[in-house]
Design a protein. Structure first.
Length: 117
């Protein structure tokens, strides 16, 4: 079993989980982060630091997001287990399911209009 990253990460990519991961197994795609299942040691350090609660133990992924278990694994089908996300850097693509999602964009900042003088 491993941890997976699900829908709430799409178009957010906070990266607090990347900093918390002791084995550097969280990789950056264009729109979301992915956990390499063969490199994950199931320590759970990433889960509590995710501000959008997108990380789940594989067996605990909510039913509506179960397909992200496969999405995370299949993302690495052509690159295998590189051994370090820092060494590899961002990957200029996403899993086709993620790439096909409409833009979920991060919440835009609030525009503050100063009062008239």
């Amino acid at each position: 079993m491993t941890f997976v990253i699900a829908l709430p990460c799409v178009d957010v990519k906070d990266k607090a989980c990347v900093e918390a991961c002791p084995v550097d197994c969280i990789y950056e795609g264009e729109r979301m982060l992915y956990i390499q299942p063969d490199e994950c040691i199931d320590c759970g350090a990433c889960e509590p630091v995710c501000p959008v609660e997108a990380i789940f133990f594989e067996d605990d992924t909510p039913q509506d997001w179960q397909h992200f278990n496969t999405v995370n694994a299949e993302f690495f089908s052509d690159i295998g287990a590189p051994g370090s996300s820092a060494k590899l850097g961002p990957i200029e693509r996403d899993h086709p399911i993620v790439a096909a999602l409409p833009s979920l964009g991060a919440v835009p900042p609030v525009l503050v209009i100063p009062p008239h003088a």
